[in-house]
Write a protein that binds this ligand. Structure first.
Ligand code: SAM
Length: 347
């Protein structure tokens, strides 16, 4: 076995590697090494989750945001973004549609839109739970006080997605406005875990000024935090942001990381993201074959989908929820895995 394959086997057996070993893998993997990595990653994932792929129905309920993250198409200062917010009833209707289609998890995601009070969020979560007690509700609505997270949890939300975006403070400061800090983002993740949520963190791959050393810092942070979910996808430039001319993250780097994360955190729920499907027409299928086990079809009303434009070229903005669901089932079946009707809890 060459050095890289030996390192991949060691990662598989020990769940971690030294910094220089990870650096070697991230920077010098050839196609045959990558195929070996994906093969071991699939075996790890199948040992825990079999051939099942879990669906999360994504409801993007508002694109208003108070923050000004430099990479994001819905940043506060993008005055070309056409803003919308769904009413409580519209959000509940989306969840009902999702349930009827076979989703047993919905993800309520938005910019940091202060017009929804904690009581509003709790009322929406409780109403969805009252309709469908067996539907898991994930929130992805940004940084809040611990008391707010506690209220949402008591209302019935069980999971929370909050990518740290990068685990390096200087890189974080480069990507974000001065009002945001990595320390606070990490505190939020700790608070969520302490309350009892299944927590998802994650990063953008190839974000501007990201180095492989940063990525290794991310891998160690995630290994140590031991989240139930990790959301990673390539950075993709948006034409109305300061990063409009920056290169996108690559398919290869993202797939390598999916495989590596599966070997480092074997039980993690790992989505093949929409961003991955945007940079490559078969990106999500390739993600599943590299170790991912979750896909997140869009459940937002078709009329607003084009407005939740985090990056240029985002796919799946024209279809109805039922079409997205059927398309995803077909795509996954072609990989040899199967979409199932299940909450898809962490094991
Ligand atoms: N406001 C919530 C938060 O901060 O977690 C959730 C919404 S935020 C738009 C969801 C995710 O979109 C972010 O965590 C970020 O990783 C991703 N995102 C934003 N802009 C992106 C871009 N240009 N390319 C790829 N992903 C992007």
């Amino acid at each position: 076995m060459n050095t890289n394959k030996t390192l991949i086997k060691k990662l598989n057996d020990q769940g971690t590697l030294a910094h220089d070993e990870l650096y070697q893998l991230l920077t010098a993997m050839d196609d045959s090494d990558a195929q070996y990595l994906y093969q071991l990653a699939r075996m790890k994932r199948e040992a825990v989750y079999g051939k099942d792929v879990y669906l999360r129905g994504l409801i993007e309920f508002s694109n208003y945001c108070k923050n000004d993250c430099r990479y994001c198409g819905i940043r506060a200062s993008n005055d070309r973004a056409e803003r919308y917010r769904l009413s409580a009833q519209e959000i509940i209707d989306c969840a009902d549609t999702g349930y009827d289609l076979g989703f047993r998890t919905v993800v309520l995601q938005s910019g940091e839109d202060l017009s929804y009070s904690d009581d509003d969020i709790c009322a929406i979560v409780s109403a969805i739970k009252a309709h469908h007690p067996d539907l898991a509700i994930t929130l992805s609505i940004g940084e809040k006080e611990k008391e707010s997270y506690q209220k949402y949890f008591e209302a019935g939300a069980e999971r929370y997605l909050l990518r740290q975006e990068t685990s390096n403070p200087d890189h974080y400061a480069y990507l974000h406005p001065a009002s945001l800090s990595l320390a606070h983002r990490k505190q939020c993740l700790e608070d969520l875990k302490e309350i009892g949520y299944q927590v998802g963190c994650g990063i953008m791959v190839g974000s501007p000024h990201q180095t492989f050393d940063h990525i290794i810092e991310d891998l160690y942070y995630m290994k140590d935090f031991n989240p139930q979910m990790v959301g990673i996808g390539p950075f993709i430039a948006h034409k109305d942001t300061p990063f409009r001319n920056e290169p996108n993250g690559t398919l290869e780097d993202t797939l390598h990381l999916l495989g590596i994360i599966r070997l480092m955190i074997p039980h993690v729920l790992l989505p093949a993201t929409t961003a991955l499907g945007t940079i490559d027409p078969l990106g999500r299928e390739k993600g599943i074959l590299a170790g991912a086990n979750v896909v997140m079809p869009n459940l937002s009303p078709r009329s607003v989908r084009r407005k939740y434009m985090l990056y240029d070229g985002k796919i799946c903005t024209g279809e109805e929820a039922a079409q997205c669901h059927a398309c995803m089932e077909r795509r996954i079946a072609k990989t040899g895995y199967q979409v199932i009707v299940d909450r898809g809890d962490y094991r």
